[in-house]
Write a protein that binds this ligand. Structure first.
Ligand code: C2O
Ligand code: CU
Ligand code: CU
Length: 475
């Protein structure tokens, strides 16, 4: 049994496909000789409590990161040299997340998945100029989930994320704290930012999308996991929880273990699933998160890979070489979710994602910072229908992300049966294959403003920057 596994995984490791759009780039190519390096776990940032508020201090800076043995790579990072510290928040806490921009250019910092007032959202309007600071101050007001923060400045989000700006925000609540799940950060509860990158021959990040790559998505030829090229992690023979974030610009991953073992998905973007859903592969589009539990109890003294079945390349080697001192048993019931009823729906909005020769559009429009596209009443249940329209039989993948609150997926392609079991938690980003149509149920709650809009957009960052975004006010 095991032998066969190893054969298969060595063929996976050896099979390096170059990204389809690498033709014009002079880049460092991955080699077949692989030296595995320890996975970096983004450090947890302790909040500083002043009066009743937890302060988190973050500096956005230029840095040099060691992706390769002999050369340093110029990056952007928060506090460290690539990516950012993890911020762990607890429901009900008052926080002030303070960003200081030490770059030579303006950026913003958005709390993706955070339920907060629009002026604390860190979208394209909350600019942080060089040498200035900006704080997201709010009361944490949502269920346990895995969120993230990243720049959102108009037209340059993709470049800033590519350079290395992204970090986790983990939200915990009473329920998540009480469940018998792996919870030791970095030990059996492991966050993974999955990315792909091009490096030029000088080991520098190569980000120069041409028109074709803007349309088709900019895909790198090298996988990077938490800022490491060929990472391994060593774990105990027990249940291990991974918090997966697709932090790549435009690449959709279909994640699996190389031995095709089953695993459980326990959470979607914004909540636990009500019950764990057993799967053996998981589609994750840019911006989406999933928490999974893989049971390695019987895998002591072996190793396996988390890999992408689409490109057949690994993200992480998992070495099971420690005896556990504590075990968990994932409960059969994780949470109860609130669902609105169809009778409450007061309005339906339609969003058509489309491409033409020279661009990508939502409802035939491109982002205009001065235009409000939708006005959404507070506390009203709505249906948002999103269609990824094909043009002359041609299609491309997109997704659709909404700021400010979560939604649930009611239907895909005309039927509730097409909504997968593991899409039934709270979501903030939904994947749409070419031609797909989804019906989302959404209710904007708690925060309104006549001045400050939230965004909705495709989270393929080249598309977003090319204008595939709109703004809405909640009133
Ligand atoms: Cu993760 Cu509007 O973004
Ligand atoms: Cu967002
Ligand atoms: Cu798109």
């Amino acid at each position: 049994m095991k032998r066969r596994t190893f054969l298969r995984l060595s063929s996976i490791v050896a099979t390096y496909f170059l990204g389809a759009n690498s033709a014009n780039a002079k880049t460092t190519k991955p080699t077949n000789k692989i030296e595995y390096l320890p996975l970096i776990i983004p450090p947890l940032l302790e909040g500083v409590k002043i009066k009743n508020i937890y302060h988190y201090n973050l500096t956005i800076q230029k840095a040099k990161h060691k992706f390769f043995d002999n050369k340093l790579t110029d990056t952007y990072a928060i506090n460290g040299t690539y990516l950012a510290p993890t911020i762990k928040l607890i429901d009900g806490q008052n926080v002030s997340i303070n960003y200081t921009n030490k770059l030579e250019e303006t950026t913003t910092m958005h709390g993706h998945g955070m339920h907060l007032p629009a002026d604390m959202d860190g979208g394209p309007h909350q600019k942080i100029k060089p040498n200035r600071s900006w704080s997201a101050k709010y009361k944490v007001n949502q269920r346990a989930c895995t969120n993230w923060y990243h720049p959102h400045a108009e037209g340059i989000t993709a470049k800033h994320v590519y350079k290395g700006l992204a970090g986790f925000i983990i939200v915990e609540d009473k329920n998540s704290q009480s469940l018998d799940l792996p919870k030791e950060y970095g030990i059996d509860d492991i966050p993974l930012v999955l990315q792909d990158r091009f490096f030029d021959t000088k080991a520098q990040l190569y980000y120069r999308p041409n028109m074709m790559q803007i349309m088709m998505g900019y895909r790198g030829n090298i996988f990077v996991t938490n800022g490491v090229l060929n990472p391994y992690v060593s774990v105990s023979a027990k249940e291990i929880r991974f918090r997966l974030l697709n932090g790549s610009n435009s690449t959709v991953y279909d994640l699996a273990f190389n031995d095709h073992r089953k695993f459980k998905q326990i959470a979607t973007d914004n909540s636990f699933l009500e019950k764990p859903v057993t799967i053996n592969s998981l589609l994750l589009s840019p911006g989406e998160r999933a928490e999974i539990i893989v049971d390695l109890t019987n895998s002591f003294d072996s190793y396996l890979y988390l890999y992408d079945t689409r490109q057949r390349k690994p993200f992480l080697k998992i070495e099971v070489n420690k005896k556990p001192n504590k075990k968990t048993t994932t409960p059969k019931r994780l949470t109860y979710l609130d669902r609105y009823s169809l009778k409450q729906v007061t309005n339906t909005r339609r969003f058509t994602l489309s491409m033409r020769m020279r661009g990508v559009y939502i409802n035939n429009k491109q982002m205009d910072m001065k235009r409000i596209d939708e006005i959404v009443p507070l506390n009203q249940v709505e249906i948002w229908e999103v269609e990824n329209k094909k043009m002359m039989m041609m299609g491309m993948e997109h997704n659709f992300h909404i700021h400010g609150t979560y939604f649930t997926i009611l239907e895909r392609n005309g039927s509730a049966k097409n909504v997968l079991e593991n899409e039934k938690g709270y979501k903030d980003t939904v994947y749409l294959a070419p031609g797909d149509k989804v019906k989302l149920m959404i209710k904007m709650i708690d925060y309104k403003s006549k001045l400050n809009p939230y965004m909705y957009h495709c989270h393929f960052l080249e598309h977003e920057d090319a204008g595939m975004m709109g703004q809405f006010l909640v009133v």
